[in-house]
Design a protein around this ligand. Structure first.
Ligand code: ZN
Length: 316
């Protein structure tokens, strides 16, 4: 997969956009499901493959597996699987993505295209709790670093064993959980990873800690190739990166993949009127700040990724 250190990347890598958004657009019901998009690994893997494929065709250099909310415990209790079947299902998320990349590149890639990477998604513990705490990180007070490591270990084991090119530790609201994740990563010395925080304002991660402190703490991990933010409004990205400028280590790039900036209202759903400058338009400023991994999260689809690609790589 090549060297992914910042100094070895000559132009930004394009990530994919939201997976769940596309599954919902295809008519699948995810809202209110404790397994969210991970259930579709069990019920309709072809739909996931189709979304991966659409992002590859839109120019994504990295696709992210449908395992954000996947856990052995969740699969056992919500799908009635055995422990071993749950492990297999988790691993199938990576296998599906790898197969899609293989099919996509089988006829040969265009000369300007690098071989797409598969990032194994790891969401926060709060996503499993399914009580909104993935956006506050408030469970961190009740859990030790060791407990958080124990929670994440089986999932990372599966993603690594299935051959993910790197691990995507994403939408992490809590610094304690981020510390647990980077400690845990040392148990998998061959794995590279990115760690991306969910943030609530221009300088703080969702739990309220400063983003700059979070960046400084996790940047000690030599297995990280990028650190950054995801699933925040696009307008928060630049101020967040600037707030932590002095704390990022040279060979760790910024990774950013905001959502569309539309607000979520529990009663009425997505409020679409707040969309400001397009996310592709803002992306050039993120590159100036040192972002080398750029994509989208919720409500960002294949067309936005294609626009991002032409903004950052030029039209082909
Ligand atoms: Zn998101």
């Amino acid at each position: 997969m090549g060297d992914l250190r910042a100094s070895m990347i000559d132009r930004p890598l394009i990530l994919d956009g939201g997976l769940a958004t596309q599954l919902e657009a295809a008519g699948l019901q995810l809202q209110g499901d404790p397994l969210w998009s991970a259930r579709i690994l069990h019920t309709n893997p072809a739909a996931i493959k189709d979304v991966h494929n659409r992002y590859l065709h839109s120019g994504a250099d990295v696709i992210t597996t449908a395992t954000y909310q996947a856990s052995i415990e969740g699969f056992v209790s919500h799908l009635g699987l055995t422990h071993e079947q749950a492990q297999q299902l988790l691993m199938s998320g990576v296998e599906l993505a790898k197969q899609t990349v293989k099919d996509f590149s089988s006829g040969g890639l265009l000369s300007d295209r690098r071989m797409p990477l598969v990032a194994g998604s790891v969401g926060p513990y709060g996503a499993f709790l399914h009580d909104g705490s993935e956006y506050t990180g408030r469970y961190e007070e009740k859990m030790s670093i060791e407990e958080l490591k124990a929670w994440h270990r089986p999932q990372i084991q599966c993603l690594a064993a299935a051959g993910a090119d790197l691990i995507a530790m994403e939408t992490i609201p809590s610094l304690k959980e981020a510390e647990a994740l980077v400690e845990l990563l040392r148990e998998f010395p061959d794995c590279k990873a990115w760690l991306s925080f969910s943030c609530k304002d221009k300088e703080s991660i969702s739990s309220g800690k400063k983003f700059s402190e979070a960046v400084q703490t996790v940047s000690r991990c030599t297995q990280l190739i990028a650190v950054g933010v995801n699933c925040c409004p696009p307008t928060l990205v630049q101020p967040l990166l600037q707030s932590a400028k002095a704390h990022r280590k040279g060979d760790i790039s910024w990774i950013v993949y905001p959502n569309s900036g539309e607000a979520w209202d529990t009663n009425t759903g997505w409020i679409t009127s707040t969309k400001e400058a397009s996310f592709a338009e803002l992306s050039s400023a993120w590159v100036k700040e040192g972002a080398l991994w750029i994509g989208g999260c919720c409500r960002i689809g294949p067309a936005d990724i294609a626009q991002l690609k032409s903004q950052l790589h030029g039209k082909h």
